[in-house]
Design a protein around this ligand. Structure first.
Ligand code: ADP
Ligand code: MG
Length: 643
């Protein structure tokens, strides 16, 4: 007796459905992608009970005639590719011709579709893969698909579904992905009774993000300056340094318009953020990567979530560069001048109110870091400030974040090296420190960034430097701030002079496992550049005879283990060197001002000044924030002045 037979189409579809249709969100994904491929301008989605009882997707795309509508429900029927060569250069989201028959085989399925110039449309009703009826229908042009009772005929599969709420949140995430990927399409999303979102078509990705997630998220983002490197084009938005999430749900990456998950991209993002990302956190990204379709293989996973790059390093390097460019562009937001105007604050406030004075507030060029002395004697002296009552805050907060100074600013050299260390003093600085004002520069005339003028108020708990700006209260963690300053200082020194090396008086021998030993052998040159000198010393054993100078000698094996683990995750040689920064960062932490070191006023001023000069001033080398802003509106909410 023959044992082998062909599966019926129905069963074959159910098998395929197992791969394509994992849960309601997968149905939503396939249907919405079809609508996008059909050129829809508007897509409406209705979901009941987490998508288990109903999913309806309505679009105003090209629609289908009756023959095509019937064919679309056959396995491997597609209008999107014809030959294997087409598969290598996809321009559409779909191509497998599997989604509709798969979905129809595991649900009660209804398709209504009409081409724009057709007199009548077609309605097809299918239950568990069997056609119930095909008839004329008078719906609006476009396509409407209803999927009811998902997995009604596959109880095992149905048992794997989570709660309705969980399924709903997957659906919502999926729709958010599609909506971000296609701002030019309007989306409406309804659940049982609720309108979840209704977002208009827009040409602006930023507007789309704002429409979906609100201004609070949109304001935390930086534009990735559109760039092209080696044929890879990148644009989009990423979270500012120090802005992150504990999950990857807001790490959105798109390759040629398709939302994808890809470990090359995840690693590249981490590498781009590097020290701007807290351990264990994920960045927020809306990153669009375009490259020639031939260089991407989408045909990896039936749900097309994954892609493979033909040359991963080409993509990775472009992404790293794009992220870094975005983070560094943000430097201008805080990059600041330190201004202590020569006239008392009251007079300045008055000057600010006079229109002629406002006219003089010309944007300062980026490199114009200036210092004004207003305190007499100069603030560099360590004489304690007399405990006079703080001058009243200026009533008028000037426009655009400019502090109006009647006198032209006096420039000081930008590259003046910051002090090695902020020696803890014994003198507690009592308020007022109000005579010191730090002013932002003119690099952002659009005025969308928060105020760039800071006034020192005092120190809280020997740790938090309190400042005010136009937006409200600014808190600086003096320890984190000092870490950032030292970190960049060391980085610069290493760039210029190489890693200073200390030779060990007594070389340490280390026994590494076979794997690590092999890795070390392959990467001796990189380690050498980082100041780690090693020589083979018999099977699996190494002699360590030098270390970077700034590393404490306590536990060389642990240091080495950290370095190996971190370097393993990257492959290109430039990245390996960059990762040497991590070692620096960790070491710097120990040398930085302790949380409760009491700083004298001039030291505080210097600290803030140096911080604002850093490339990435708003987070420490471990990605923790150095500054936080508590806005007036937050304060007003807390005091019940505003709801
Ligand atoms: P694929 O998208 O991989 O081609 P599907 O099973 O998802 O396979 O769809 C099969 C075909 O049905 C598509 O190629 C397309 O021609 C047609 N189709 C599906 N959905 C729509 C829609 N919303 N509007 C117009 N045509 C559609
Ligand atoms: Mg499809």
């Amino acid at each position: 007796m023959n044992r082998i037979h062909l599966l019926s189409d129905e069963v074959a579809s159910q098998v395929a459905a197992g791969e394509v249709v994992e849960r309601p969100a997968s149905v939503v994904k396939e249907l919405v992608e079809n609508s996008i491929d059909a050129g829809a301008k508007q897509i409406e989605v209705l979901v009941r009970r987490g998508g288990i009882s109903l999913i309806r997707v309505v679009d105003d795309g090209c629609g289908m005639n009756r023959d095509d509508a019937l064919l679309s429900l056959e396995r491997h029927a597609t209008s999107k590719i014809r030959t294997g060569a087409d598969l290598a250069a996809l321009h559409t989201l779909g191509f497998r011709g599997e989604a509709l028959p798969s979905i129809a085989s595991v649900s009660r399925f209804r398709l209504c579709t009409r081409e724009h110039d057709a007199e009548a449309g077609t309605e097809i009703q299918i239950t568990g893969g069997k056609i119930d009826h095909v008839r004329d229908a008078g719906e609006a042009p476009g396509t409407q698909i209803e999927v009811r009772s998902l997995f009604f005929n596959l109880p095992a599969r149905r048992k794997f579904l989570r709660t309705e709420n969980t399924e709903m949140s997957h659906v919502e995430h999926q729709l958010a992905l599609q909506a971000i990927g296609h701002p030019e399409i309007g989306f409406v999303f309804r659940t049982d009774q609720r309108l979840v979102f209704q977002i208009p078509a827009t040409t602006s990705l930023h507007q789309r993000i704002r429409d979906l997630w609100g201004a609070s998220l949109a304001d935390e983002l930086l534009e990735v300056p559109p760039m092209e490197r080696d044929g890879v084009r990148i644009h989009g938005y990423v979270g500012r340094a120090g802005v992150s999430r504990s999950t990857r749900t807001q790490q959105l990456t798109f390759v040629n318009g398709r939302a994808v998950e890809n470990s090359v991209l995840t690693h590249a993002l981490r590498e781009g953020y590097h020290t701007s990302l807290m351990k264990g956190q994920s960045p927020i990204t809306f990153l669009f990567i375009e490259l020639e379709p031939e260089a991407v293989d989408v045909n990896v996973h039936p749900a097309k979530r994954e892609v493979r790059f033909r040359e991963p390093s080409r993509v990775r390097e472009a992404v790293v560069e794009a992220v870094r460019a975005a983070l560094e562009s943000d430097r201008e937001r805080w990059s600041a001048t330190f201004v202590a105007p020569e006239k008392p604050v009251e007079e300045n406030a008055a000057a600010a109110e006079s229109p002629s004075a406002t006219q003089t507030a010309l944007p300062l060029p980026m490199e114009n870091l200036v210092i004004h002395d207003r305190v007499e004697p100069a603030p560099q002296t360590s004489s304690p400030t007399p405990a006079a009552p703080p001058p009243p805050l200026p009533e008028v907060r000037h426009t655009d974040g400019w502090v109006v100074t009647p006198e032209p600013p006096r420039a000081i050299p930008v590259g003046a090296p910051p002090p090695e260390r902020y020696a803890p003093g014994t003198l507690r600085v009592a308020p007022p420190l109000s005579q010191t004002t730090f002013t932002g520069n003119a690099s952002n005339p659009a005025g969308d960034a928060p105020s760039r003028s800071f006034r020192l108020l005092g120190v809280l708990g020997s740790l938090y430097v309190l400042m005010e700006n136009e937006g409200g209260l600014v808190l600086v963690d003096q320890h984190a701030a000092h870490e950032r300053i030292l970190f960049e200082q060391l980085q610069r020194r290493i760039e210029e002079q190489g890693v200073p090396v200390q030779r060990l008086l007594v070389p340490v021998t280390l026994e590494l496992g076979a794997r690590d030993s092999d890795w070390v052998a392959q990467n001796l040159a990189t380690l050498q550049k980082m100041g780690i000198g090693m020589e083979p010393f018999g099977a699996g054993t190494w002699k360590l005879d030098s270390l970077p100078q700034f590393v404490r000698l306590g536990d060389p094996l642990r240091l080495l283990r950290e370095v190996i683990d971190e370097l393993r995750t990257v492959s290109s040689s430039t990245s390996k060197l960059r990762l040497g920064e991590d070692v620096i960062a960790k070491t710097v932490c120990r040398a930085a001002v302790k949380a409760n070191d009491i700083l004298r006023e001039p030291e505080l001023i210097r600290l803030i000044e140096d911080l604002l000069r850093c490339d990435l001033p708003y987070c420490c080398p471990h990605g923790r924030p150095t500054m936080i802003q508590i806005s007036y509106s937050e304060l007003e909410k807390k005091f019940g002045r505003k709801v």
